[in-house]
Design a binder for this molecule. Sequence first.
Ligand code: GLV
Ligand code: MG
Length: 312
Amino acid sequence: MSQRSRPLPRRSCLSTPGSSDRFLAKAPAATADFSFLDLEDSVAPNEKVGARAKVVNAIRTLDWDDRVLCVRINAWDTPWTYGDVIDVVASAGERLDEVMLPKVRRASDVVALDLLLSQVEANAGLTQGHIGIEAQIETAEGLINVEEICASSPRLESIVFGPADFAASIGMPVTTIDETIHEGPSNPFSYVFSKILMAGRANGLHVIDGPFLKVRDLDALRFTANITASYGFDGKWALTPDQALVLNEVYSPSQELFDKSFDILDAYKVATDDEHTGAVMFGDEMIDEASAKIAHSFVARGSRSGMTRSPK
Ligand code: GLV
Ligand code: MG
């Protein structure tokens, strides 16, 4: 719902534990499209309440340039959710763009957060609807209900896959999230990726893949990120600034594809406007309205990430 953040890219979504002043201070220096300050699983239970003030301080005092800025609160099945919203959103000010809700199981989880945000915004003097929502799908139940979840609130900006909690939820025999999941004899994630992508796109949402836990292996990260990039996902979580650099590259169109998309749009315009034909040859390829739509999406995606067309 946040008018500022909705169109911004989310190729790399950097996670920072909200209980660590040191990591919070370093986060703005990372080249990431999106930063979320975590109050959930990277924060120990006895640090949860204290982390709220650290997160508010980081939002108010650090320079986050124009990236999307988000706080991940705790899930509704914990004692912390409403306190996270009230303490953080009421004090963070206008710079906070979004709240991320983990372990979303059904549409009413998002609706409850939407209603609470409306009251907090009113009392804090924030514009109504200023705070957007990211919903994490990380249980079998959440995946089954993902279509209703994606349609549940105009505040929703992104739907996010949480592979670690999801693997636990479905009983996958793995102890980490790395590239081997995609190489095994069966890969339930391919079904998950398609289902989340369709539900997200049907509702105009950004669609984001979650963390890759073998943080030192950037080649394996690249291999894995290329899988969701090839489905059309917009980005993926980064746990380190180095991971963010890889992801910025993987989820951007190549310069060649970006330039070709402009060329397709030019050729299609000449065909339809001047020659009055709906389909035309472009080199060896037949292009038509659908090709123009695909080209538009690459132009939009590349432009959002700051790319420019190469000179002729
Ligand atoms: C992220 O939250 C995950 O569980 O993978
Ligand atoms: Mg999780």
